[in-house]
Design a protein around this ligand. Sequence first.
Ligand SMILES: NC(=O)c1ccc[n+]([C@@H]2O[C@H](COP(=O)([O-])OP(=O)(O)OC[C@H]3O[C@@H](n4cnc5c(N)ncnc54)[C@H](OP(=O)(O)O)[C@@H]3O)[C@@H](O)[C@H]2O)c1
Length: 373
Amino acid sequence: MVSIAILGFGVVGSGVAGVLTKNREQIDAAAGDAVRLKYIVDVRDFPDSPFAPLLTKDFSVVERDPDVRVVVETIGGCGVALEFTRRAILAGKHVVTSNKALVAAHGRELLELARLHNVNYFFEASVGGGIPVLRPLKFDLAGNQIICIRGILNGTTNYILTAMREEKLSLEEALRSAQSKGYAEANPTDDLNGMDAARKLAILSDLAWGREVRAEEIAREGIQNVSLKDVECAARLGGKLKLICEAKLLPEGGMTAFVAPQVVMPDSMLYAVDDAFNAVLITGNAVGDVMFYGTGAGSVPTASAVVGDVLDAVRHMGKRRDISWSGDPAVLSDPMAVSGRWFVRRGDVAAIADERPAVLAEEDAACYRVLEK
Ligand SMILES: NC(=O)c1ccc[n+]([C@@H]2O[C@H](COP(=O)([O-])OP(=O)(O)OC[C@H]3O[C@@H](n4cnc5c(N)ncnc54)[C@H](OP(=O)(O)O)[C@@H]3O)[C@@H](O)[C@H]2O)c1
């Protein structure tokens, strides 16, 4: 029997407990062993939960128990989650996480610590929620030079921009709708300003090109200033405004990475990705375009990816999957220097231009890149 502990019994952690219980038979068969949840660590009490007997507030109980071989960290952030992850690895336990903030900021260091202690640190759920994308990128596409990664990696903003277009809502109204449906946090700052998407793009880029890409260094424009008029004018030209993450090798050498609203035309595979869905379009020099599409967040879909990682860890007890990237920072070129087409709106008039206007003097004006096919 393999014992598991979950740290953080919130949206994702409770989903993981549910999936481990509901799909017990399939999971045991896939693991070739009984996989059992032994502890759940959380600061809160859950007296009415069926998992109440497993709850503890004391992480050291998990840390000291040699039966616990895999720890699932779903606390979030870079505070106690970092401390518990380090301590779990030092205690010889595999760690699985959905915590993109932690992986983007400390992933390399934690992978190195895991290597030194012969355990795995897996984080499939940190990008694209339930969509399997990191493992295919790292292993199945390893025979390619990755040329470009484009994605819609934030379901909240994708939902907001879809609602603005389809229901003619202002940004504020669409945000309230997202919050009422549970798609947006009470504090949606990191979603709206593109930081959440930048963290995911950093993780994808680390794995694709083997060099550290710092989320803070990715050029970033959120959707805070997108107006209903922008969305409607883009629609009149046949396009959809979407928050796009893009990282790519440049023909003249080097690479760039940026997060920004872009106008997506119907010839792009990302055009049909609406509502809270996520997608990642990866271009390899052998495979061409491959798209990964699905539910990018939510309790049970995200738990699906976490449990997949738990099973990978259980099947590789005593062995390691070689996941790492160099600490040499990738040098990112200014995305503004990258040529392309631009959507330019002045008042109610919009057009697609081959160059970005040097200045947009009008008060009621906007300019967005048009996503290359
Ligand atoms: N929600 C999603 O759909 C989703 C999808 C993909 C990835 N993620 C990522 O997954 C992680 C978890 O997200 P979530 O939405 O599940 O967060 P959440 O609902 O806030 O759950 C985190 C849980 O950890 C608890 N916690 C806080 N400090 C703790 C401590 N010192 N010891 C033990 N437990 C502690 C929290 O309690 P309090 O509430 O009392 O603080 C809460 O119950 C984040 O990194 C997030 O970015 C989330």
